[in-house]
Write a protein that binds this ligand. Structure first.
Ligand SMILES: NC(=O)c1ccc[n+]([C@@H]2O[C@H](COP(=O)([O-])OP(=O)(O)OC[C@H]3O[C@@H](n4cnc5c(N)ncnc54)[C@H](OP(=O)(O)O)[C@@H]3O)[C@@H](O)[C@H]2O)c1
Length: 257
């Protein structure tokens, strides 16, 4: 039996990872801030799939939260075989419209927490000669799009670089780059989604299935779905200034949902 730890497990993409990994027979450690929601999710997954599910309430924008999850990942008595660094959020507003406190909170959750949790997990996994880490970034990593895109670009560069450094150790690292996925992400940030065409939306369960297939193939970068592979290919042909204008507008209509 193997154990997977998923951050941001209670909603959206993280919840899809939890469903899929439990169905595949993995024990789980679920991480998010909302303890009640975590407990309910743990009970449901345990009852449905008969796997062990531990709950770890932690706010990954705080030192205490990051430290508690890092300690769990490094615990030699309870090895974690797969880490999914998924917790994240969007911010309503363009550069200088968002408070500095929120910008810094985003960098802490998207970058500092990912660095420290990946490192805690990879260190322990390297000692055992096996394990894997999936870091959830975004296709926004490849276009100019404020602190969100910049933080996700860091996740891509960091993960692919660390994967190279760990090659041959038995520890695999992969960065997953979703396009638009129907989750709580946009409503939590107060972002309207009216201007996002229907064909651009991905299903969280299919996204996770494709991501896990790519991990099994040994990829270090996963961009699920042919639509987004094609878009990324085309974006390389578009001048960066034009790309910035388009990406800055997409998904940022702050009206009603
Ligand atoms: N949805 C999209 O279109 C999309 C596209 C590309 C990439 N992504 C990325 O995918 C990841 C998951 O997003 P999602 O769409 O599934 O969002 P979501 O539905 O809003 O879920 C976010 C999850 O993260 C947890 N979380 C948020 N802040 C946290 C914190 N400070 N500490 C610990 N847990 C925290 C939330 O639980 P609590 O509130 O209980 O903490 C929740 O479980 C994010 O990294 C996001 O950037 C999303």
């Amino acid at each position: 039996m193997t154990t997977a730890l998923i951050t941001g497990s209670t909603a959206g993409i993280g919840a899809a990872f939890a469903r899929r990994l439990a169905a595949d027979g993995h024990d789980l450690v679920l991480v998010a801030r909302d303890t009640e929601r975590l407990r309910k999710q743990a009970d449901e997954l345990h009852d449905r799939h008969r796997v062990e599910v531990q709950v770890l309430s932690a706010d990954l924008s705080t030192e205490k939260g990051i430290e508690s999850v890092a300690a769990r990942l490094g615990d030699p008595a309870r090895p974690v075989d797969l880490l999914v660094n998924n917790a994240g959020f969007g911010l309503k507003g363009r550069y200088l419209e968002v408070s500095m406190a929120d910008e810094l909170r985003m960098l802490t959750v998207h970058c500092e927490a990912v660095l420290r949790l990946t490192s805690a997990a990879a260190e322990a996994m390297r000692g055992r000669g096996r394990g894997a880490v999936v870091n959830v970034a975004s296709v926004a990593a490849f276009v100019p799009r404020g602190t969100y895109g910049a933080s996700k670009a860091w996740v891509v560069q960091f993960t692919q670089g660390a994967a190279k450094d760990l090659a041959g150790s038995g520890v695999r690292l992969m960065v997953l780059c979703p396009g638009f996925v129907r989750t709580e992400f946009h409503s939590r940030a107060g972002m309207g989604t009216d201007n996002i065409p229907g064909w651009m939306w991905l299903d969280a369960d299919k996204l996770v299935a494709e991501g896990l297939r790519d991990l099994a193939k040994g990829k270090t970068l996963s961009v699920p779905d042919a639509r987004y592979k094609a878009l990324l290919g085309a974006s390389k042909l578009v001048p960066r200034g034009m790309l910035g204008r388009v990406s800055s507008g997409a998904g940022r209509k702050y009206g009603p949902k």
